[in-house]
Design a protein around this ligand. Structure first.
Ligand code: NAD
Length: 420
């Protein structure tokens, strides 16, 4: 039987469980998603026809609180991917000690082929379909690949109409004017950047590193902006259409302006004095930091042998396969794992939920300070755990999260409690 994405994700759970003394109840609870719902969203297209799209919402585990997880619009979306992403969210929230479980949602659609009005109808249809499942105390969605603040705003509005009251805490990543939080748009990249900056000495990184970024969307672009502002050099970037490289550093401001204008990075190569390279070559570029910020399974065992970076900062979810992880470990490349490195997004989403519930909003400095404190505290704890147990940062992050999940599950009583 071929190994699925979820099987591979669960192998991390088994590995972490081998390092700590936890009750069998914990694994029994965490090895399957608690609830996965599939619906077909039927919308009216602009030409008058009706079209249906498969959609899912998975709530993986809610032991530590209401479930939290983004919604992805992607032509390759599949139920197994949604369940895997929900599993990762469960661990990510536990890593950061947020009072949430994990969930995820998706629609199998290429949103670039929809008009803006069709996109709005699809977003609203998603909320109509899943309004029974979501809620500020049950399951709180957020943006993910190819969804954004406006999509969240439409969904929040639809939920409000269904329940008959204004309930901004049902969804995070909303536009600021609709109860969104300051600092949410760059939070994923900022969390990753704070982590690297905090551990720079331990990671063997200087204050002026060269960085290659795979995937130049929300996470990748903000990482480039933050790093460049601190004097680091972005030497290669890619998007779904291709990759570019410039050994002495790309002009990030012009790159961002070009992307905002809707152009692919390869279309900007000539004016930036960069060369077009293959997507695989980007992974092997001479640099200190490699930042995967696109999709899952992008760095396989073949690529792992070619990576020249000292550190991989996983802004994407699941970009490195377990086999590739082993090769990278043997080669001494440190991987800062997704459930820690990209957890800044869900952390500021948590701040948004808190602010919505208390009806009192924080300024940007307060958001950044709170994010910094959590990233440094959890990042340091995981670094220390990795050193003490002589395991990778990924294993340490899973052990750290699993201990918290185990405490919560065991607090309901275990087999030992009920039979002694
Ligand atoms: P996005 O849609 O804004 O950007 C994705 C980027 O990846 C786009 O530039 C796209 O062109 C590029 N891409 C797609 N296929 C590619 C390929 N084969 N090679 C190179 N580039 C490719 O999405 P995002 O929000 O930046 O999310 C990126 C990753 O980060 C995802 O794995 C997502 O789950 C993860 N993530 C995002 C957030 C967030 O807050 N945005 C939070 C946590 C994790």
């Amino acid at each position: 039987m071929t190994e699925t994405l979820l099987d591979r994700a669960l192998s991390r759970l088994d590995e972490a469980a081998g390092h700590i003394n936890i009750d069998a109840d914990v694994i029994e609870k965490l090895k399957f998603p608690r609830e996965t719902i599939q619906m077909r969203l039927l919308i009216r297209m602009d030409d008058g026809s009706r079209k249906s799209f498969l959609a899912w919402r998975c709530r993986y585990d809610d032991t530590r609180g209401p479930t939290k997880g983004g919604i992805r619009f992607h032509p390759d979306a599949a139920v197994e991917e949604v369940e895997t992403l929900a599993f990762w969210m469960t661990f990510k929230c536990a890593v950061m000690n947020l009072p949430f479980g994990g969930s995820k949602g998706a629609v199998k659609v290429d949103p670039r082929k929809l008009s803006k009005a069709e996109l709005e109808r699809l977003s609203r249809a998603y909320m109509q379909a899943f309004s029974r499942v979501v809620g500020p105390d049950r399951d709180i969605p957020a943006p993910d690949v190819y969804t954004n603040a406006m999509v969240m705003g439409w969904m929040a509005d639809e939920y409000n109409q269904i329940v008959g009251s204004i309930s901004p805490a049902v969804i995070t990543g909303k536009p600021l004017a609709l109860g969104g939080s300051l600092g949410r748009t760059d939070a994923t990249a900022r969390g990753g950047y704070y982590l690297v900056r905090h551990l720079a000495t331990e990671l063997g990184l200087g204050s002026r590193t060269r960085i290659a970024i795979q995937g130049f969307g929300n996470a990748g672009q903000y990482y480039a902006e933050l790093a460049a502002a601190d004097g680091h050099s972005i030497v290669a970037v890619s998007d779904s259409a291709g990759a570019i490289h410039k050994a002495d550093g790309l002009d990030v401001a012009r790159l961002l302006a070009g992307k905002t204008a809707g152009r692919h990075v390869t279309e900007l190569a000539a004016e930036l004095g960069a060369e077009i390279i293959t997507p695989e070559a980007l992974l092997a570029v001479d640099c200190e930091q490699l930042v995967p910020a696109a999709l899952e399974d992008m760095i396989t065992v073949e690529h792992a042998a070619t990576v020249r970076a000292k550190v991989i900062v996983e802004l994407a979810n699941g970009p490195v396969t377990p086999d590739a992880d082993k090769v990278l470990g043997q080669r001494g490349v440190i991987v800062l794992p997704d459930i820690l490195a990209n957890a800044g997004g869900v952390t500021v989403s948590y701040f948004e939920w808190v602010q919505n519930r208390q009806g009192f909003y924080w300024d940007l400095e307060e958001i950044h300070q709170r994010l910094l404190r959590i990233v440094e505290c959890e990042g340091r704890a995981i670094w220390t755990l990795a050193q003490d147990r002589q395991v990778t940062m990924r294993s340490a992050a899973y052990i750290h999260a699993l201990s918290r999940l185990a405490q919560a599950i065991e607090a309901h009583g275990t087999q030992h409690f009920f039979t002694s």
